[in-house]
Design a protein. Structure first.
Length: 560
């Protein structure tokens, strides 16, 4: 059993952010008996995105750093939008990120009976009432920033009448929208959230876990604090949009006189060149702009996983951006940097040619085994053998008949080095009847074999290649940013800014034979082309599809 008194004090450890400072203060005053217990409380109405990943890493990281506990809790209070599919995907995503909730997986719906009893307690205290105003009427009577709201004509119903009506609401006697249970606070409060907020609404809809047992459902503001209290959460960490809700969070718990966690707000993650709204992400999926929630162009965790991002790179990204008190737009290039930095250390180097041009090496007759380094960043990665043959493929873009200044690849009469092999010289360009280049005839300089001999001959360019005899064909999906403007979510016609080049499908790319053994979740660097992984959705025992995870450098900053 962990002794919570052994947690490091603020003097012994520099806080990582302002939340750590607040927790250290609580530990100094023994507010929660030096306990730290956090939670991640998603609503199962969609797949998790990178903003949720930040919240998961933050909440779990805090619990881990303080030898505390971390809960996964589903805020399943809206049966019209929630599905078991979303629950399953969220569990998988949280586990994939490495956030260990052990056996602490909870649901708001598990507490419905207890929440109902708490509501009865407030009614009996005269602090809650049943209101017959419609949603539009409640909105109209809330007032403005300069005008107080108007009290509901049902605000002063007797306790007995409210108890009776609330019980009948629970039994299903009234249609949707006909009645609500509201807290009785202050219609003149400068904080709109305290102007008699709704606690329960009538929804005749089957719940994914409770079935048809309930037809009244708690609002987020009513349920959230109760869930935290029931679970013994110490620090309820939320994003900034809930800052103005904190007085209501406190009011409910104080009026009920139950255990009271501390709500703390931080800035949510907003990422450039994408949208983070669940409503917009759902629209992209339903209207088939993308290939489902796990499309590698989506900012969802499942999309990132399919694209080849690693949990470590996402955690590193959240460390890079830190935790702030003010919302800002984070440059997606920081995320891509974190991906490259991680994959550079772990990805096996291989060669693949996406747009092949045949090269005949006229002075090569026999096949030869060459040594290729698996990863220069990993001294334990070793090497592999690749076949060098008379006919090879190179990228079409690595040859130009009339090159611009600064082109250091293959040209007529020019020389270039083949990666792990020899320097070659282009002697003849073969074209078809339409004038298209279909083949190059070249010769190798046998004295220039990589890593062998004493040749001092140098050339400016090195290109990759694949044997024409020993290779296999595969489809390669080149993914790019989904939108072509920095902040599409701020635009009313945001769908007009989808990047038409966000996906390019390469059919029958030529890959070195070692890639035939590639497995799901294995990472590769296609030399000079980027980082790639095996697509987990479309690959099977008969076919391997590769996804580009990220380019080798930020081509957008270079004026793509």
């Amino acid at each position: 059993m962990i002794d919570m008194n052994e947690i490091n004090s603020v003097e012994e450890r520099k806080p990582k952010n302002f939340i750590y400072e607040l927790i250290d203060q609580d530990n100094q005053t023994n507010r929660f008996q030096k306990r730290v217990h956090t939670r991640f409380p998603p609503e199962p109405n969609g797949y998790l995105h990178i903003g949720h990943a930040k919240a998961i890493c933050l909440n779990y990281g805090i619990a881990k750093d303080y030898n505390g506990k971390f809960n996964l809790r589903f805020d399943d209070t809206n049966p019209e939008k929630e599905e078991q599919e979303y629950v399953d995907s969220i569990v998988e995503d949280v586990k994939w990120l490495g956030a260990d909730f052990e056996d602490r997986i909870f649901y708001a719906s598990d507490y419905f009976e207890q929440m109902y009893d708490y509501a009865i307690k407030l009614i009996k205290k005269g602090k809650a009432y049943v209101c017959d105003l419609s949603a539009d009427e409640i909105r109209e009577t809330r007032g403005t920033l300069t005008e107080a709201g108007k009290e509901s004509p049902y605000r002063n119903r007797t306790v007995e009448e409210n108890l009776d009506l609330f019980e009948r609401m629970k039994k299903g006697e009234f249609p949707n929208g006909s009645k609500t249970l509201r807290a009785k606070i202050d219609m003149a409060s400068p904080n709109f959230n305290l102007r008699d907020p709704i606690m329960y609404r009538i929804i005749h809809s089957e719940h994914h876990r409770q079935g048809n047992k309930w037809c009244i459902y708690p609002t987020y503001d009513w349920a959230h604090g109760l869930e935290d209290s029931i679970e013994g959460i110490t620090h309820s960490i939320c994003t900034l949009e809930f800052e103005n809700h904190r007085p209501l969070y406190d009011w409910f718990l104080d009026e009920l006189e139950i255990y009271h966690p501390q709500q703390i707000e931080f800035a949510r993650l907003n990422l450039s060149y994408t949208v983070m709204s669940k409503r917009k992400l759902l629209q992209l999926v339903k209207e088939k702009y993308v290939d489902g929630w796990d499309d590698p162009r989506m900012p969802t965790i499942s999309g990132f996983r399919r694209r080849g991002y690693t949990p470590e790179s996402i955690k590193n990204f959240t460390e890079i951006i830190g935790v702030a008190k003010r919302d800002a737009l984070t440059d997606i290039s920081l995320l891509e940097f974190a991906i490259r930095d991680d994959l550079n250390k772990r990805a096996t180097r291989v060669m693949a040619v996406l747009d092949p041009l045949k090269v005949v090496l006229t002075n090569v007759n026999d096949d030869e085994d060459l040594d290729a380094i698996n990863n220069p960043e990993d001294p334990n990665a070793g090497s592999r053998k690749i076949k060098f043959t008379r006919e090879i493929f190179i990228e079409k873009s690595d040859f130009m008949e009339n090159p611009p200044k600064g082109f250091h690849r293959l040209v007529p009469g020019g020389e270039v080095r083949l990666r792990y092999a020899y320097i070659i010289k282009c002697n003849e360009v073969i074209k078809n009847e339409n004038g298209d280049i279909i083949e190059l005839h070249c010769t190798i300089d046998p004295e220039t074999k990589s890593g062998v001999g004493t040749s001092t001959k140098k050339v400016k360019g090195t290109i990759h290649w694949v044997s024409a005899k020993y290779n296999f064909n595969a489809d390669v999906y080149l993914y790019d940013r989904l939108f072509n403007i920095e902040n599409p979510g701020a635009e009313e016609n945001w769908l007009d800014f989808i990047n038409p080049n966000s996906l390019q499908i390469i059919k029958d790319a030529k890959l070195e034979l070692s890639l035939m053994e590639a497995k799901i979740d294995q990472h590769f660097q296609f030399e000079r082309l980027g980082y790639f992984c095996v697509d987990r959705k479309y690959s099977n025992e008969n076919k391997i599809v590769f996804n580009r995870t990220v380019t080798l450098k930020d081509s957008w900053k270079q004026g793509k």
